[in-house]
Ligand binder design. Structure first.
Ligand code: SF4
Length: 271
């Protein structure tokens, strides 16, 4: 059995292990980055709530030793909104997969962005519905295969952070499982942001997505992920044509807008 870093172990329900994830899945890397980001923020463990929907990445809630809510498909943000409004002092992290967040939960996602309640959405984007059978999601790149797109996806994919920004999100960042320390820092910065933050975590699914698209094993996928990512600082000096097929990483936007719960409680004289 692998040795778990002692600080990480404090935040895991070790009795729930081993986890269900396939060998080479990026979900463990993203979950570990989330744990370190929470540890870095130095929150009281009892003040942290992890809310998740349905899907491979959402199973993380069961392994994490905080207050946890494993909810229904696409509805994690709706549950999180109710909890945050009732208990605004709590620190909420909402783990969702790409289909969970942008298809089934798309309406909750755009309205959470518009509302600007202080929630931290960590969207694990592996470009596919892994747990439910390898169907394509709104974040499957055009042309990539899925069980529901055997000839390649015909639709254009959302740019998740652009979608969130258009809906009013005040903090958007992108990291990858291939660069876990950067991902940890981005989640920590999102946690410090007062308002709705979206962290898109690109993550390999070597089984449901990688096999179908002949992308090699987990190491190949991680290497490709790293090679095709570019920091927002470097990208700023490049032509748009040179950025085609690149994934820009880092904090993409960060706006200062009044947070919803504060505005609401002030409006009813309870601030
Ligand atoms: S199906 Fe994909 S996302 Fe799900 S656990 Fe396996 S590798 Fe991970």
């Amino acid at each position: 059995m692998a040795v778990i870093e002692s600080s990480t172990q404090d935040y895991l329900r070790t009795k729930k292990l081993p986890h269900i994830w396939c060998p080479g899945c990026g979900n463990g890397i993203v979950t570990a980055a989330l744990i370190r980001a929470i540890e870095r923020a130095d929150y009281d463990q009892s003040d942290v709530v992890i809310v998740s929907g349905i899907g491979c990445s959402s199973r993380a809630a069961g392994y994490l030793n905080f207050n946890t809510l494993h909810t229904t498909h696409g509805r994690a943000l709706a549950f999180a909104t109710g909890l945050k409004m009732a208990r605004p002092e709590l620190k909420l992290f909402v783990i969702m997969g790409d289909g969970d967040c942008s298809a089934i939960g798309g309406n909750h996602f755009i309205h959470s962005a518009r509302r600007n309640l202080d929630l931290n959405a960590v969207v694990v984007n592996n470009h596919i519905y892994g747990m439910t059978g390898g169907q394509h999601s709104p974040l499957t790149p055009t042309g990539k295969k899925a069980t529901t797109a055997p000839g390649g996806t015909l639709e254009r994919e959302f740019n998740l952070l652009d979608l969130a920004k258009g809906a009013g999100a005040t903090f958007g960042a992108r990291g990858t499982a291939a660069q876990p320390r950067q991902l940890e820092q981005l989640i920590a910065r999102g946690a410090n942001h007062k308002g709705f933050s979206v962290i898109e975590a690109l993550s390999p699914c070597p089984i449901a997505y990688g096999r179908k698209n002949k992308l090699g094993g987990a190491v190949d996928m991680l290497r490709d992920m790293k090679d095709s990512s570019i920091s927002v600082e470097r990208a700023a000096g490049m032509e748009e044509a040179d950025l085609k097929d690149k994934k820009i990483t880092g904090v993409i936007y960060n706006y200062d807008v009044p947070e919803y719960a504060e505005v609401y409680y002030r409006s009813i004289g309870k601030d």
